[in-house]
Design a protein around this ligand. Structure first.
Ligand code: MOS
Length: 734
């Protein structure tokens, strides 16, 4: 395990790194979006006269005069409609106009002068009110939305619950949550000779470029998207939203580059969020603490204006496989609401599902008088439930052991409210983390260059994850040369084929492709060494030369690849390889695991909850860069602290307006809310999964942490809070 500082660190801290809105493009015009101010209905009329007369305004677009460039709503767009193509209003905060002016301020001021008259109908904005009308999705991750895995002779999950010695049941809710990436969404569109260059933060540059091309009706070969630095994505920069589409369309119509930067408030309407969820979990166990029945049903909000894709609420991504049980029931239902679109958000499914399941497990442990770790070990799954295949690598038991030791779990008095520190009630809690290990078909490219450096590239993205650094390290390792001789490239749709950075699959997908391309490049180098007539190795057979740490080595000589390329007068030698998970996918299940332990304190007078310390132990295979990996896990834990204690989207029920669409009122953890986080990696290589043995970590750290905090709060206070966020009013008598 090595720890390398970010290769992109210097450009980031010096401000030299360019994010979407930062490119100095000559003749840039600025767009500002006009958003709907009703929750549902239709536009009756729009008056743009005052806006058009406003200083600096170049154009005002509405559905009356849309920039006519669109093909159709393509998959890859996060909406099931396209901006300005009709007069329908699906939710409060939907795009209904675009003002383009010389400056951002002129566009913003003119946008305030656009008068829109609506015919409004009451929006559906409450998950709870919509539950009676919930519907079933077609499938969830390829499985039926209602899935029963029952032992022979068991007729229903309720029968299995009825036969259990002990049953705990709880309903768990959480509100809509927003990714709140530091970099608000932005796009710059530049047309030149029928070709479009877009600067827009994207987790999946090629998906975004392709989506934008088909949606605006141009050949994909004519769209080039650049996204070298992304100021946070967390899932909300996978799909395409309205701003790059409108920037491209307006730039074409005006014959000028156009930039659209969303304000923080606009990101709440124009881009995606995590669905609101309500989940009910029932666990049945025998007196020995063996699960007899796991029943997990969920409702998730689905925006009527979204692409319709569900990122499910938890059952199928947690209770499906977290524990062994002879009887498992999973249920996923949808409640259609007139709200902005849902989209993937860090550990979609697992984040909410683990809060419900891991809290219920804690309740069961309390009920049985069993230690929470012991309960989990008694239900340890060694094969994937219902499939019977083992995991390619699973060391969750070791996570519990190492974490308990490091945290000091054995000193815990299980009685709630037993530990007091002045005015503070102190508690500890733990929970399991798991997230599927995913690997996509990916192409990597390696170029050995005459200057002695190597370029490694693939069209993935670094949304803060450390991918620049990891690609550099993987390239250096595969070529046996120092990292300072390797230049990585990513964040460019013109690079080698890559699905993008999501599902915690970035490293696991891209690293093997770079490795394979490096092998190919060194093979090509050796071939060149023996066949090129100016090469000092010319005429030798292939088995008389070998590649070793940047050099071609033959009888009596060793020549660096850069020198050799110079001698034969070649600027570089290229190789590309495509890699994917093979048939092992049939014989194994793949997941990363972890265990969280945390200590909380609750002020006995005010109910204020504080997280005091966290210990997280991670089993994610080989850790390629211990430093950036630690950052990922710490970020995931902080994400979970937000879920547990702070984040809440306040929807006005009668208007569908988000009342706290800003970072003052949408409360995120501040540095003062983040305790010491002790992250430990087991680092057991999973070479079944890929040659490096590395699984994903981007989302794992956030799975289970809210439950660990909630369980600790119960331990501190004796109160079991099942509604997120767990704010102080829920921890005192009111
Ligand atoms: Mo992730 S929610 O797949 O970026």
């Amino acid at each position: 395990m090595t720890a390398l500082s970010r290769v992109d660190g210097r450009v980031k801290v010096t401000g030299a790194a360019r994010y979407s809105a930062d490119y100095p493009i000559g003749g840039l015009a600025n767009g500002y979006l006009v958003l709907s101010t009703i929750g549902r209905g239709a536009i009756r009329s729009v008056d743009t006269a005052a806006a058009r007369r406003s200083p600096g305004v170049l154009a005002v677009y509405t559905h009356d005069n849309p920039p006519r460039l669109f093909g159709g709503a393509e998959s890859g767009v996060g909406y099931n409609w396209l901006p300005l193509q009709d007069n329908q209003v699906r939710y409060h905060g939907q795009i209904v106009g675009l003002v383009v002016a010389e400056t951002f301020e002129q566009a913003r001021d003119a946008a305030a002068l656009v008068r829109v008259d609506y015919t409004a109908v009451p929006p559906r904005a409450s998950l709870r009110d919509g539950i009676p009308g919930a519907t079933l999705p077609d499938d969830v991750n390829g499985e039926p939305p209602l899935l029963d895995l029952l032992a022979d002779g068991v007729a229903s999950i309720d029968e299995a619950l009825g036969a259990s010695d002990v049953v705990v049941t709880g309903t768990f809710t959480q509100p809509i949550e927003y990714h709140s990436a530091m970099e608000p969404h932005a796009a710059i569109a530049v047309w030149r000779d029928g070709y479009l260059t877009l600067y827009s933060g994207a987790q999946a540059p090629q998906l975004a470029a392709g989506t934008i091309a088909t949606t605006i009706g141009v050949d994909p070969s004519r769209v080039h998207l650049l996204s070298p630095h992304v100021g946070g994505g967390f899932g909300n920069k996978i799909l395409t939203w309205g701003h790059p589409l409108l920037a491209a369309a307006a730039a074409k119509a005006l014959g000028r580059p156009v930039r659209i930067v969303l304000t923080r408030e606009q990101t709440f309407g124009v881009t995606g969020h995590r669905s609101a969820m309500s989940q009910t979990v029932s666990l049945g166990a025998d007196r020995g603490g063996h699960l007899v029945a796991v029943k997990h049903d969920a409702y998730a909000s689905l925006s009527a204006g979204s692409d319709g894709f569900l990122y499910e609420a938890g059952p199928h991504t947690t209770s499906r496989y977290f524990y062994a049980s002879p009887n498992i029931h999973l249920g996923q239902r949808l409640v259609t609401l007139d709200v902005p679109p849902q989209t993937p958000m860090r550990a979609p499914g697992q984040q909410a599902g683990s809060f419900a399941l891991e809290t219920a497990m804690d309740e069961l442990a309390v009920r049985l008088g069993l230690d929470p770790i012991e309960l989990r070990m008694r239900n340890y799954a060694t094969t994937y439930p219902g499939r019977g295949v083992p995991w390619s690598g699973k060391h969750l038991d070791e996570c519990y052991r190492v974490g308990a030791e490091a945290f000091g779990w054995s000193r815990r008095d299980p009685v709630p409210g037993a530990a007091v520190d002045g005015d503070w009630l102190v508690g500890t809690g733990m929970a399991t983390a798991a997230y599927p290990a995913v690997r996509y078909r990916t192409t990597g490219k390696v170029r050995l260059q005459a200057d002695g450096t190597a370029a490694v590239s693939t069209a993935t993205s670094d949304l803060g994850t450390g991918m620049w650094t990891v690609l550099t390290m993987v390239g250096a390792d595969a070529l046996g040369i120092p990292v300072d001789r390797v230049r990585a490239a990513l964040g460019d749709s013109a690079l080698a084929g890559n699905p993008g950075a999501f599902a915690s699959a970035g490293t696991a997908s891209s690293a093997p492709a770079i490795q394979a391309a490096a092998r190919s490049a060194t093979r090509a180098l050796l071939e060149l060494a023996v066949t090129h007539e100016r090469s000092p190795f010319h005429g030798l057979s292939q088995d008389q030369v070998r590649y070793e740490r940047g050099d071609v080595v033959g009888p009596g000589r060793r020549i660096a690849f850069g020198t050799l390329l110079g001698i034969v007068n070649l600027a570089g030698i290229d190789a590309a390889e495509t890699t994917a998970l093979g048939p092992e996918r049939e014989r194994f299940a793949f997941a990363s695991f972890g265990a969280h332990f945390c200590e909380v304190a609750v002020n006995r007078w005010t109910g204020e909850p504080r997280v005091r310390r966290v210990t997280t132990v991670i089993d994610a295979g080989t850790i390629i860069n211990e430093k950036t990996a630690r950052g990922q896990i710490i970020g995931g834990v902080i994400f979970g602290i937000g879920q547990a204690l702070f984040e809440n989207t306040h929807l006005e029920p009668d208007t569908g307006r988000i009342a706290n669409a800003n970072l003052a009122d949408y409360v995120l953890p501040l540095s003062t809310d983040v305790p010491p986080i002790d992250v430990r990696f087991l680092n057991h290589p999973d070479t079944v999964f890929n040659p490096l043995g590395a699984r994903g970590i981007g989302e794992l750290g956030t799975v289970g942490i809210a439950a660990a905090i909630g369980n600790a709060l119960h331990h501190a206070t004796g109160r079991r809070v099942r509604d997120l966020p767990i704010t102080l009013d829920k921890l005192i008598d009111t």
